[in-house]
Design a protein around this ligand. Structure first.
Ligand code: MLT
Length: 409
């Protein structure tokens, strides 16, 4: 028998969302007549913007001609898209990012899951708690942890508690670590970090030699002024940070898949002989070995996100989901619940009533209101006693979900 990677056996039974899917499918089998409202996984529901669809169609048609057909593209992404990203997402905000520091991919889940590969197996990893499970699980798979304790916390990982007392903002650890995962606007709590908080992280990274892995997949949802949209808005961040961005939650690419990573050329890590090594070069090596590029039609569609029409259509979608979040927030606050997030993020984070456990609340919501959400405990032990509702739903469904919660719980 072939020897397996035993690290996989340390993982909790299932990845959070398939586990929710399993429970929901079981419920639906037993109750086929029930119409569930799904506000669990953060999957968009509005159709792809017209400008993006048009660009994708055009790209497919080009590929159908002798003259414009091409096969493999550049692994790092087509120049037209990398340039549009650098110009619109960064330089337009006076943030210094070059097109060749942008690596286009087929999703932020892959990028934020794969990045750990270029770091040593003994690298110490810090994660906020609660956290997007991909950051933790991929480090477990890589062998960077021991077994989980009874709270599901893995030996070897440094957990940074995010509680209502600290406004769900993790504080830098008191010890040195190699890698810190941060996500703002935050999944799952919907919190944002202001300039001072991010400057504190950059300062910590500079002092301790850590690298910040900054997930900004929900950047488009920042509505309030003064909140940084990129870690690179913070002076000095280019020497200590990597940023992940996605077209999923703004332009609706959860199904079509396109994202990117920004790795500044200044960023270095330490080799065995203590010499400084370019992270950009390492990632380039990894990316070009393991990935053949996102498809041309998808990249052409992503580039259309930066046209005037594309920007308008994306804004409409983001505003629609934010209006859903406002409805969810208002409805839950009306019920006397403590509610967080949902202002600069598509996620509403709610404290479960009467100290109920997260999974218990999940079951109650599923069985009584026929609404699917995400139990906070699925994101980490500090998520226990909390519950996440996603604003990615059709308006009527969101309104009905709130009405059902109001009348059936
Ligand atoms: C979530 O619901 O947390 C997200 O949809 C997960 C993801 O983007 O992979």
């Amino acid at each position: 028998m072939a020897r397996i990677n035993d690290n996989y056996l340390k993982l909790a039974a299932g990845y959070l969302f398939p586990e929710i899917g399993r429970r929901v499918a079981a419920f639906q089998t037993d109750n086929p007549e029930v119409r569930l409202i799904r506000l669990g996984i953060g999957d968009v529901v509005l159709p792809l913007p017209k400008s993006i669809r048009r660009a994708m169609h055009r790209a497919v048609d080009e590929l159908g001609t002798e003259k414009h057909f091409h096969g493999y593209g550049p692994e790092q992404g087509y120049g037209f898209l990398r340039e549009a990203i650098a110009e619109n997402d960064f330089r337009a905000r006076s943030v210094d990012v070059d097109a060749d520091e942008v690596f286009v991919s087929d999703g932020s889940k892959c990028d934020s899951g794969n990045i750990q590969e270029i770091f040593h197996v003994d690298a110490v990893v810090a994660v906020p708690d609660p956290v997007y499970p991909v950051y933790v699980d991929t480090n477990v798979m890589a062998g960077r942890t021991g077994q989980p304790d009874r709270h599901g916390r893995y030996e070897g990982i440094v957990y940074l508690p995010c509680t209502k007392e600290n406004g769900f903002l993790p504080a830098p650890p008191t010890r040195e670590v190699d890698l810190v995962y941060l996500c703002f606007p935050n999944n799952p709590t919907g919190t944002v970090a202001g300039r001072d908080a991010l400057a504190g992280w950059v300062d910590y990274a500079k002092r301790s030699g850590a690298i910040l892995l900054f997930d900004a997949a929900y950047e488009a949802y920042i509505t309030q002024d003064g909140i940084p949209h990129s870690i690179f808005e913070i002076p000095g961040a280019r020497e200590v940070a990597i940023e992940f961005r996605s077209f999923s939650k703004n332009a609706g690419f959860t199904g079509t898949r396109c994202a990117y990573v920004v790795i500044p050329k200044e960023l270095t890590g330490r080799a065995a002989d203590a010499s400084a090594t370019s992270i950009h070069k390492l990632w380039n090596r990894r990316h070009t070995t393991k990935f053949n590029g996102a498809s041309y039609p998808v990249q052409a569609g992503a580039a259309a996100a930066y046209t005037d029409q594309g920007k308008r259509e994306i804004r409409e979608r983001v505003d629609y989901y934010l209006a859903n979040a406002a409805i969810i927030r208002a409805g839950l606050i009306d019920l006397g619940l403590a509610v967080y997030g949902g202002i600069n993020a598509p996620y509403v984070w709610v404290e479960t009533p009467d100290g109920m456990g997260s999974w218990e609340f999940f079951d109650k919501l599923l069985n009584q209101a026929h609404v699917v959400g995400t139990p906070g405990a699925g994101f980490g032990s500090c998520g226990e006693g909390f519950f996440r509702l996603s604003a990615f739903g059709k308006r009527e469904a969101v309104e009905e979900a709130i009405e059902r919660i109001r009348t059936r719980l």
